[in-house]
Design a protein around this ligand. Structure first.
Ligand code: SF4
Ligand code: SF4
Ligand code: SF4
Length: 244
């Protein structure tokens, strides 16, 4: 019997689900092993029981909590898909404002159906078994994590920083071009795609486990920056993450 997987979305741009759909040929191969029983962007089907639920987006609208709890009840494994679901992502930028102020600032009007509470990561409300970081996620990492689960193995995320992938690829360092890069304290796994694209890392995959002990911390020191200073510059994806 095929493994039943489902995709669900809360507040987000749906870019992580789109990344999965963009896998195209590889996704078709995956379908030999799994059945996609729910995926609003693909079809209108649903299922009472799901083996693996991939949940995108953060929780901030009326009914979100109840719906997330209901998905959790139906799912054996629940995975936070992308930074909005994982740590609040860009949605969490509004965490220092009340929903009323946020609605006024963003929409110029009070539209209560859009935000009723400060955006939460999924783990604030339910047990999250695994997470796939990034904004958007990396499609190959999604496949690797799904493969590990299908093989009954424990999925693992890289414990090292983006700098490692960047140095291995011999990309020129953004700091040398006067750009502050969050690569020294950001979890690897994206193959330093932004540096390859000519810009710097903004930290969308979240912090490595011990940013203060990263060997690449010295890059910050060489440029006269502390972890706190670059975190302040790159709150975009990491409002809810602070090194201990
Ligand atoms: S993590 Fe990024 S790409 Fe994914 S839903 Fe949120 S905003 Fe969109
Ligand atoms: S600081 Fe940024 S550009 Fe420099 S090596 Fe690290 S990831 Fe690459
Ligand atoms: S380089 Fe940084 S911002 Fe770009 S995808 Fe990787 S973690 Fe995200």
């Amino acid at each position: 019997m095929k493994t039943k997987i489902g995709f669900f979305d809360f507040a987000g741009c749906e870019g992580c689900q789109l990344t999965v759909m963009n896998l195209e040929e590889q996704l078709l191969q995956v379908l030999q092993l799994v059945e996609i029983v729910e995926f609003r962007e693909l079809h209108s089907g649903s299922a009472e029981q799901i083996d693996i639920a991939f949940v995108e987006g953060s929780i901030c609208r009326p009914g979100d909590r109840e719906r997330l709890l209901e998905i959790r009840r139906r799912s054996d494994i629940l995975i936070a898909l992308g930074s909005c679901a994982d740590n609040g992502g860009v949605n969490a930028l509004g965490s220092d404002r009340t929903p009323e102020v946020l609605r006024q600032e963003v929409y110029g009007a009070d539209l209560p159906h859009l935000y009723t509470e400060t955006p939460h990561a999924l783990s604030k409300l339910v047990k999250v078994d695994y997470r796939i970081p990034g904004c958007p996620i990396d499609g190959q990492e999604f496949l690797a994590i799904l493969q590990a689960l299908l093989l009954k193995q424990q999925p693992e995320l890289p414990g090292f920083a983006v700098c490692v992938e960047c140095k291995l690829a011999e990309y020129p360092c953004s700091f040398d071009y006067g750009q502050v890069c969050m690569g020294p304290i950001t979890r690897a796994g994206c193959r330093a795609i932004c540096i390859d694209g000519g810009t710097h890392c903004r930290g969308c995959r979240g912090l490595i486990d011990n940013p203060r002990t990263s060997p690449y911390h010295r890059i910050l020191e060489e440029h006269g920056l502390t972890v706190e200073e670059i975190l302040e510059q790159y709150r975009t994806f990491n409002v809810n993450e602070r090194p201990a």
